[in-house]
Design a protein around this ligand. Sequence first.
Ligand SMILES: [Zn+2]
Length: 96
Amino acid sequence: MGLLTRRLIPRKVRRLAHPARAAKRATKKALIPKTVRKAMWGVHVAANPVSSAGYALERSIFSKPKKSKGRAVVYRHGSCQAKPRTPEAAQRCRNR
Ligand SMILES: [Zn+2]
């Protein structure tokens, strides 16, 4: 037991309780590319469906609901991958 009660403490608070762990996490984050980390997480989710379900529950409780007032307007230009949200930003983009 204790799994659910731990889940009910906001993640931020839990992080603050373990500064060493947070530092370790930060270095890991800096060293491992995002794509690799995503893949690692995918493996974790496949290996631990129960803990992922816990995370899903946690997210549903603590994450702010997404503002979904229609699709965000983006000002694309050409074949550029950037998605500027203002025409000014699109003008300023150097990838053209
Ligand atoms: Zn661009």
